[in-house]
Design a protein around this ligand. Structure first.
Ligand code: SF4
Length: 252
């Protein structure tokens, strides 16, 4: 069994495939909280919940009632079919952390069906959870956008940076790239060390830096200093189109 928070057809707003029409499935639950990102969301009981910009897909205590329980792969495939898209749309599996369901039979069946139908599949993951490529070779067919958390997330280093997981995913998957969310305050001499501490586990993997922010204003304020950082270090800058265009990270 798994939880689906929302699904929507849009363009990919960040990372290597920015601008690509994609169907998003956002799954509920995460193994982290990332309270350092300090985004706020008001739950239906009026509680102000602090976390990342998708805290509504992370925090079970306050948002579980809005999530849909999924008990079969067919329920997800029906959602896809109901969009009635005229082409093999790219599929993005996001969250929360979609890989908390990596060993769930319903999830595996869904992935196998998507792959058999010829969809390109990207996981947006925090890259901290082990994927069993031996037991489930289907994972070798997918793209992994590794959004490894930096210290600005306020998660413990040992939890957010799993060198063995990073190495395994980048070695086994069809494609992988790093994506880091960075605000202008974090652009200090220490930032380069932090990134290197992560990328050393996959030195040939492309690095994208994207501006942190839950609103258009925050994203725009963080963009220019980050572009300068990328120019200096040779990293790719990634926009966050969905926030700049629609001013939010929810299904748009
Ligand atoms: S790992 Fe990602 S989804 Fe989970 S709390 Fe952190 S930013 Fe949010």
């Amino acid at each position: 069994m798994l939880y689906l928070v929302e699904h929507f057809y849009s363009i990919q707003g960040e990372g290597r495939y920015t601008g690509t029409p994609s169907l998003f499935f956002r799954f509920g639950g995460c193994n982290m909280k990332c309270e350092g990102f300090a985004c706020e969301e008001i739950a239906s009981d009026g509680t102000k919940v602090i976390g990342c910009d998708t805290v509504y897909a992370v925090n079970r205590e306050h948002f579980l009632q809005n999530w849909t329980e999924i008990n079969s792969a067919n329920e997800l495939l029906k959602i896809l079919n109901n969009y009635n898209l005229p082409h093999k749309v790219d599929i993005v599996l996001t969250g929360g952390e979609p890989l908390i369901y990596a060993n769930e039979p319903v999830f595996i069946e869904f992935l196998e069906a998507l792959h058999a139908n010829g969809h390109k599949i990207t996981f947006e993951t925090n890259g901290s959870l082990f994927v069993d490529f031996l037991k489930y070779p289907i994972y070798k067919e997918f793209i992994f956008a590794l959004s490894i958390k930096l210290s600005n997330s306020k998660e413990l280093f040992s939890k957010r940076v799993r060198g063995d997981v990073i190495n395994s995913i980048t070695t086994n998957a069809k494609e992988a790239f790093f994506k880091f969310s960075i605000d202008s305050k974090s652009i200090t001499p220490e930032l380069q060390n932090e990134i290197s501490e992560i990328t050393k586990f996959a030195p040939n993997t492309l690095v994208y830096c994207m501006p942190l922010g839950a609103t258009k204003k925050e994203v725009e304020e963080n963009s220019e200093p980050l572009i300068e950082f990328c120019k200096e270090k040779g990293y790719c800058f990634s926009d966050r189109l969905h926030i700049r265009v629609w001013n939010q990270n929810k299904g748009v």
